[in-house]
Design a protein around this ligand. Structure first.
Ligand SMILES: NC(=O)c1ccc[n+]([C@@H]2O[C@H](COP(=O)([O-])OP(=O)(O)OC[C@H]3O[C@@H](n4cnc5c(N)ncnc54)[C@H](O)[C@@H]3O)[C@@H](O)[C@H]2O)c1
Ligand SMILES: CC(C)C1=CC=C(C(=O)O)[C@@H](O)[C@H]1O
Length: 253
């Protein structure tokens, strides 16, 4: 349900043209937050998310944001601040790439690009939003990470390493800024059916992985968005530096 006090808390969801990010953007708009819908390439899909939000809930704006470029991150934040007349109060670092390939064939460029998008991007975006959050004494940085970053990778070791880094970045941010009201958390997803997991889910190994999930199924994007709603709220203020395992029991660490 929409909370009127959320209107003064601008949310930016990166990589929100589809999948988890699009659902998160819509769900949080439904809670009364103004929402920046970040996209990297698919501007038309991001605009559809925005149109849907404007029709059903409130205000949203699509902004191009490529994690591989700090200028792009700065440009997106600038556009949002001008349009909504407030800085970003909730940053959801959701955008990411995946690349399935055997460890022996990962090149230096593959590794560097993976870290640039999946770890350096969230680092830079966090750095850029922090000054305004600190001066307001309220902020949320939520990093979408992966079970791969917890139990290690097999088919995408560089992805798993970047996602592990994101968990540690979350802890460091929490240690440094929670006292000032800027809370940092991570959500580690096990498996959810999106464009990212589509290839893996077509393989017999992927289907076996799903069969072995203790909950008996993958997460839904709605369940992940519901967790994000809690983390954005004031009720979630004391939950900082933690990684929430949205994995149906696949990993219990
Ligand atoms: N799908 C799964 O099973 C699964 C499992 C574990 C973790 N995750 C994580 O969930 C998050 C959402 O992924 P999804 O499953 O919705 O997949 P998705 O592929 O639909 O979404 C990823 C989004 O990131 C965007 N993106 C790609 N390159 C980018 C860049 N350079 N800068 C900014 N954004 C960029 C894409 O355009 C896309 O919109 C990701 O962080 C992913 O790592 C997903
Ligand atoms: C996307 C996700 C759950 C995932 C991460 C890491 C893998 C790996 O083998 O390195 C994949 O198996 C995949 O399940």
């Amino acid at each position: 349900m929409a909370d009127p006090s959320n209107a003064s808390k601008l949310v930016l969801v990166t990589g929100a043209s589809g999948g988890v990010g699009a659902e998160a953007a819509k769900h949080l708009a439904g809670c009364g937050y103004p929402v920046g819908v970040g996209y990297c390439r698919n501007g038309a899909a991001a605009q559809k998310v925005v149109d849907d939000i404007r029709e059903r809930y409130g205000n949203a704006l699509a902004v191009e944001l490529d994690y591989a470029s700090r200028d792009s991150i700065r440009g997106a934040l600038d556009t949002l601040e001008k349009y909504f007349e407030q800085p970003v109060s909730v940053l959801i670092n959701n955008g990411a790439i995946a690349q399935e390939k055997p460890f022996e064939t990962i090149t230096d460029d593959d590794w560097a690009h993976m870290q640039a998008v999946n770890l350096q991007g969230p680092f830079a975006a966090s750095q850029e939003v922090l000054p305004a959050m600190r001066s307001r004494g309220w902020g949320r940085i939520i990093n979408i990470t992966s079970i791969g970053g917890q139990w290690g990778g097999l088919n995408q070791v560089h992805y798993a390493a970047a996602k592990a880094g994101l968990i540690n970045l979350t802890r460091s941010l929490a240690k440094m800024y929670s006292r000032e009201g800027v809370v940092s958390t991570a959500v580690a997803i096990g498996l959810v059916a999106t464009e990212m997991s589509a290839g893996e889910l077509q393989t017999s190994a992927g289907q076996e992985k799903v069969r072995n999930i203790p909950a008996g199924r993958m997460a839904t994007i709605g369940e992940i968005a519901g967790t994000l709603e809690y983390l954005c709220s004031d009720a979630g203020a004391y939950l900082t530096g933690q990684t929430l395992n949205m994995n149906g029991g696949m990993y219990l660490g």
